[in-house]
Design a protein around this ligand. Structure first.
Ligand code: FNR
Length: 382
């Protein structure tokens, strides 16, 4: 949607393009392969048509919601993304402040560039609930130690990323590939490596540390139960694009799924999240109907990300069955454009646009955002 979208987000994107070194800009922006999936992410939301209701008293519109027992002022969370410190010196501390400032949810990546304890402290200070995204690393004991630290630091849930057995090939950055600084890549892991030596009694080289921290491609559905046991937290699986996969995850003990293609950074030509969402949401609801609530008494959760850029995108996602959305790249652009304040303004702008869209659709609260708001013909190409 070139030229479309919210003016503030567009301006932040432009400011980021001026300020960021080109290799960082490309690293953040790139998709995998020919970037078909990255490009289609936002377009797919715009391909649905809405059926607004009239005369529904929308003098006051509330976006409040609850996810797995966590009260939130709105359903627009921050997607877990690596290395915010490439955008702004405070990195994820700024993101935590921005999220807390307007009552949303923070997804914190395993690959954060500030230690998870530091981010947790900032999140607590600003009142931001946060969920910890887990990459299961080749060194399983390292993963376990990290998860235990996240639990101790106050994570509300784990988000196991399932679509990244290997990192997607982003042709745009191949060759000029950004070498993420070691102190960013290893910030969460350094304390564990400090205690280790190799077979010869020497400290581990940085290369050996980075190899141990790579994603483990052998993880499977049983990993969900393992993480739930280690953490005692609800575990969501991120990267689900099929109804049958969602059910398999729930049967393996997941508390929900994130419908996502990783912003087009993993398998190119994967279906856009907006088109996968109805199938996944229907499968999750049917599973919940048959199997009953989760242990805490909650219904399983469906989140979605990829190309969510406006309040109308959020409205559409919720009508299609999502309980909440995650926004990715716009937060990185905002951080680069103006740190925590700009990132807070970015989220606030999407929430304000959501409120406006809800009012025009005749929905005064999230419970008024029902599937019939979307035209039954589903997505149309325009
Ligand atoms: C990501 N994403 C991601 N996902 C994840 O589970 N762990 C991670 O560390 C990262 N890192 C990451 C870095 C960067 C630079 C980007 C752009 C994305 C994927 C992210 O959580 C989300 O799925 C997408 O970014 C959503 O799409 P949009 O909103 O960026 O279009």
């Amino acid at each position: 949607l070139s030229g479309g979208g919210l003016p503030l987000l567009r301006a932040q994107r432009e400011a980021a393009a001026e300020r960021l070194p080109p290799e960082v800009l490309d690293y953040y922006d790139a998709g995998a392969g020919d970037e078909v999936t990255r490009r289609e992410g936002a377009l797919a939301w715009a391909s649905y048509r809405l059926r607004p209701r009239v005369l529904r008293d929308v003098g006051t519109v509330s976006t409040e919601t609850t996810l797995l027992g966590q009260h939130l002022a709105h359903p627009v969370g921050v997607a877990p993304m690596a290395f915010h410190a490439l955008a702004t010196p405070d990195g994820e501390l700024a993101t935590a402040a921005a999220t807390g400032a307007n009552g949303g949810l923070l997804g914190l990546s395993t690959r954060s560039s500030r230690s998870l304890e530091e981010v947790a402290a900032a999140a607590a200070q600003h009142g931001a609930p946060w969920w910890f995204q887990v990459y299961v690393m080749k060194d399983r004991s390292l993963t376990e130690a990290l998860v235990r630290r996240a639990v101790d630091a106050g994570a509300g849930a784990l988000v196991l990323t399932g679509d990244t057995p290997y990192v997607g090939r982003k042709r745009r950055v191949t060759g000029t590939r950004l070498s993420v600084p070691d102190d960013h890549f290893l910030v969460n892991l350094a304390p564990h490596f400090a205690e280790r030596v190799d077979a010869g009694g020497a400290e581990l080289t940085v290369a050996a540390q980075r190899a141990a921290a790579e994603q483990d491609p052998t993880i499977d559905l049983a990993t969900i139960g393992w993480l739930a046991e280690v953490s005692g937290l609800p575990v969501l699986v991120k990267g689900v694009l099929r109804g049958d996969d969602a059910v398999a995850c729930l049967q393996a003990g997941a508390a929900g799924v994130v419908v996502s293609n990783h912003g087009g950074r993993q398998l190119d030509r994967s279906v856009p999240s907006a088109l996968a969402l109805p199938e996944v949401a229907a499968a999750v609801r049917e599973h919940a109907r048959v199997s009953g609530p989760l242990p805490g008494g909650y219904a399983p959760v469906v989140l979605v990300d990829g190309g969510v850029r406006t309040g109308t995108d959020v409205l559409t996602a919720l009508a299609l069955g999502a309980d909440g959305v995650l926004v990715g790249r716009p937060l990185l652009w905002a951080l680069a454009a103006g740190g925590a304040d700009a990132a807070g303004a970015c989220i606030a702008e999407v929430v304000s646009d959501l409120k406006h869209a809800m009012a025009l659709a005749g929905a005064a609260s999230l419970s008024g955002i029902t599937p019939d708001l979307v035209h039954p013909s589903g997505a149309v190409l325009s």
